[in-house]
Design a protein around this ligand. Structure first.
Ligand code: MN
Length: 129
């Protein structure tokens, strides 16, 4: 049985619906944001166990949103919450940029559902241990 609260940050409604449906069907609680600014606020308010972050967003992009979420102080776990980048970029240098920006994982669009679920459960399990 899977469990955990996942914040999904995605400005494309079709991608958002796909990811939400897949995660909910697998037993996760889903919180949705469609802008980087909203993701920072909702991370604070809902303290997710994991975040899926689209990189290309209106307003601040996923890299800047990650930076702001990681900068949160206090007694919450947000400075170390696992954050997975979701992006159409496919070049090796883009992958390098994702990891050097502090993301914990990387999912390419178009989204492979099985790969997404595997990565989510791996990161949540790593967090528990
Ligand atoms: Mn986007």
């Amino acid at each position: 049985m899977t469990s955990g609260r996942i914040l999904v940050v995605e400005d494309n409604p079709r991608n958002l619906k796909l990811v939400r449906d897949v995660l909910q069907f697998s037993g996760y609680e889903v919180v949705e944001a469609s802008t980087g600014e909203d993701s920072v606020r909702l991370a604070d308010e809902t303290l997710p166990d994991l975040i899926l972050m689209d990189l290309q967003l209106p307003g601040i992009d996923g890299v800047e949103a990650l930076r702001r979420i990681r900068a949160r102080h206090g007694e919450c776990h947000l400075p170390s919450v696992p954050v997975v980048a979701v992006t159409a970029f496919a070049m090796d240098q883009d992958r390098q940029r994702v990891y050097s920006s502090g993301f914990d994982g990387y999912v390419e669009k178009p989204i492979n559902v099985r790969g997404l679920l595997q990565q989510v459960s791996d990161l949540l399990r790593r967090k528990e241990s």
